[in-house]
Ligand binder design. Structure first.
Ligand code: SF4
Length: 309
């Protein structure tokens, strides 16, 4: 039987397949063999069927490190620079309990792929009564997603890019679509049709997110076509919050998405019969980016960042 330590010792958890021994070195994601968390707090800015509309929100745990590290990432301090505190599995389980104790509608695990073994162990210690949401960039291995079966009730993956050229340029992952599409099909296999509670909260199921990028709507159209044909019935959350970052070197990504671009994408989604969520123009505002300050991470200790990974 494979133990948690074994999975970190020659890490192939994500499609990067670094084979790194994370007990003493770092792979592409920059993550150690214990969970690193940057923030654990009530979060209101997810889809209404995840966070509700009554102010209770979702209990969001933001993990540090990332298997993608997109060139324009709004959360670069945690995804690129690894800001966060290293905690034990026991503390992670406590955090799940503390967040649920705040009356949230769901537990929202954000970018946890690099810590799957620890997260599963923590969910074995504390089993939430609210749905556990797997909120990821979509760059997963289907076999790693299979490990989550039974522990996760709701999948909230991104499906970012269709073209290998585009994904290679933005996140150095030419195999993004091939891997993500396999992983998303596995997620759907696990959850089946979406099931909602009387309060409108998604109890079991899946929503696919897609961030519309400036000048890349033809890529978006291929993504929408894939969802319509391979993931029928899955709602799509079309995000227009792309915000140019000064450190992003890619030409063309230095502006926001125009009204016309976003309208075009919504029209295509309608023509394909896709249901789901859209965003207002105001969502492209840095105010919606969470503050990464170790809120809720450490137990009875002053807030202080751990060493950068
Ligand atoms: S989780 Fe990290 S170390 Fe493991 S394969 Fe992926 S990028 Fe490499």
């Amino acid at each position: 039987m494979t133990s948690e330590t074994d999975l970190y010792r020659a890490c192939t958890l994500c499609p990067r397949e670094c084979d790194a021994d994370r007990t003493r070195e770092r792979g592409f994601c920059g993550s150690p063999d214990r969970p690193r968390v940057a923030r654990a707090a009530v979060h209101l800015w997810e889809e209404p069927c995840i966070a509700g509309t009554d102010g209770k929100g979702t209990g969001a745990v933001f993990f540090s490190g990332c298997t993608l590290r997109c060139a324009f990432c709004q959360n670069a301090s945690i995804s690129h620079e690894g800001f966060g505190a290293e905690i034990g599995v026991g503390r992670l389980a406590e955090i799940f309990g503390e967040l649920e104790g705040k009356g949230v509608h769901s537990l929202d695990l954000v970018t946890g792929t690099q810590f799957v073994p620890s997260i599963l162990e923590a969910l074995g210690i504390y089993r939430p009564r609210v749905p556990v949401v797997w909120n990821s960039g979509g760059y997963e291995k289907a076999e790693t997603v299979r490990l989550l079966e039974g522990a996760v009730q709701v999948y909230l993956p991104d499906l970012k890019h269709y073209s290998p050229r585009l994904s290679s340029l933005i996140c150095g992952a030419g195999d993004y679509f091939r891997r993500a599409s396999e992983a998303l099909k596995e997620m759907r296999r696990q959850t089946g049709e979406n099931e909602y509670g009387e309060d409108g909260i998604l109890r079991r199921g899946m929503i696919v997110r897609h961030l519309v990028l400036p000048g890349c709507t033809s890529d978006t159209r291929e993504i929408l076509r894939f969802i319509a044909s391979e993931l029928p019935g899955v709602p799509v959350s079309l995000m227009r919050q792309y915000t140019p970052q000064p450190f992003c070197p890619i030409r063309g990504l230095d502006r926001r998405v125009t009204e016309a671009e976003y309208r075009r994408v919504l029209d295509w989604a309608g023509e394909l019969g896709l249901g789901g969520f859209s965003q207002e123009a105001e969502s492209a505002d840095g105010a919606f980016t969470p503050l990464f300050d170790l809120t809720g991470v450490l137990r009875d200790a002053p807030k202080q960042p751990g060493p950068l990974a």
